[in-house]
Design a protein around this ligand. Structure first.
Ligand SMILES: [Zn+2]
Length: 352
């Protein structure tokens, strides 16, 4: 009984389906391509537990246009704004493509932020609202170019929220979905991304230009725990989860249990390079893919994660696993631990 529950939860970790930085980046590109400039005509919340904020109301988003889609760690940030400002309206109408439209919106945002007395502009566009979501373990999106008219029933099925857009008079819809029974998909409607506690607490983005070897060295020196836990901690570094931390440690040839502050200089450099290479390659392969293909792309790219018992593609050794109560990690002994097999809770229990 206990084992089947354990295996059930492990399956989530094993197949590597939880979206991490590269899949979120790919998803953002997809949303930009398909929905930038579209008007959100309707938002339906099917899972009230998923919606974490009450003010502003999600109804306030209706009638606004999607001005930008960005990423904060693993959070997707859809910025929506009205077209009330004469500047923006003219610019948007004249904009032949969505890129110019985005630039026009950005410019108007800059205007709005410098206008201290918004009351002086009765018809001034209110600042943009942000629809932000975190897909958690089993969340994802479904995009429809020809949405169905089937009636949605709150609390039933995998759809947590449905967004309906008008894109040049064509109807498009985007469902935020979550499989499984442990619901942790989170949706926020805020005036500023920093109003989302998980975003306010995020550590640096590992792909940002400011994240260099010295920054990583500082993080490692301040860290008290093991590398695996540190890499997954969103407050320490943003965007890396269970799958890519396995892949990064394998590429860096470091044990998941190595103590962060004990790394010497070459090891810090190797870890830094592995973070950039693994995430960079994954972001590249996610680029231009439809949302529906991103999870398979991720799974296919894994060298050790989710590959227990298979041969390491670098050295041919057998990929091993360490299991925990609700997760597991994979590693290659030859590449990462000098051939040492790490103690596993389940196997050591069975051996007794
Ligand atoms: Zn190996």
């Amino acid at each position: 009984m206990g084992i089947s529950i354990l295996r059930g939860s492990l399956a989530l970790g094993h197949n590597g389906c939880m979206p991490e930085l590269p899949e979120v980046a790919g998803l953002i590109g997809f949303l930009q391509t398909n929905l930038l400039g579209a008007m959100l005509t309707r938002m339906q919340v099917l899972s009230s537990a998923a919606l974490k904020t009450a003010d502003p109301s999600y109804a306030d988003l209706q009638g606004l246009r999607l001005a930008a889609v960005t990423r904060h760690g693993k959070f997707v940030d859809m910025s929506l704004t009205a077209l009330g400002s004469p500047d923006l309206h003219g610019a948007a109408a004249a904009a032949a493509d969505t890129e110019a439209y985005g630039a026009a919106v950005a410019e108007t945002e800059a205007h709005a932020s410098t206008a201290a007395d918004t009351e002086a502009h009765a018809d001034w566009t209110p600042g943009p609202l942000h629809l932000i979501f975190h897909l958690a373990k089993a969340g994802w999106v479904r995009y429809f170019e020809t949405p169905s008219n089937a009636v949605l029933h709150p609390g039933k099925g995998p759809i947590a929220a449905r967004l309906t857009f008008d894109q040049d008079s064509a109807v498009r819809s985007l469902d935020l979905t979550e499989a499984g029974t442990r619901k942790s998909l989170a949706v926020y409607v805020v005036r500023s991304p920093s109003d989302v506690p998980g975003i306010a607490a995020l550590g640096p983005d590992p792909l940002s230009a400011d994240f260099g070897v010295p920054e990583l060295a500082g993080i490692l020196a301040a860290g008290s725990g093991q590398l695996k836990g540190l890499l997954r901690n969103q407050r320490v570094i943003a965007g890396i989860g269970n799958a890519y931390s396995d892949e990064i440690l394998h590429a860096a040839r470091l044990s998941p249990f190595a103590i962060a502050r004990s790394l010497d200089e070459p090891a810090v450099r190797a870890l830094y390079d592995a973070i950039g290479n693994v995430l960079g390659a994954a972001v590249k392969s996610a680029e231009g893919k439809p949302a529906s293909a991103l999870k398979d792309t991720k799974r296919a790219s894994m060298r050790v994660h989710g590959r227990t018992g298979q041969a390491c593609p670098v050295c041919g050794d057998e990929v091993r696993e360490v299991s925990f109560a609700d997760t597991s990690l994979q590693y290659c002994p030859t590449c990462q631990t000098g051939g040492k097999i790490l103690a596993d809770r389940r196997t050591s229990k069975f051996l007794k």
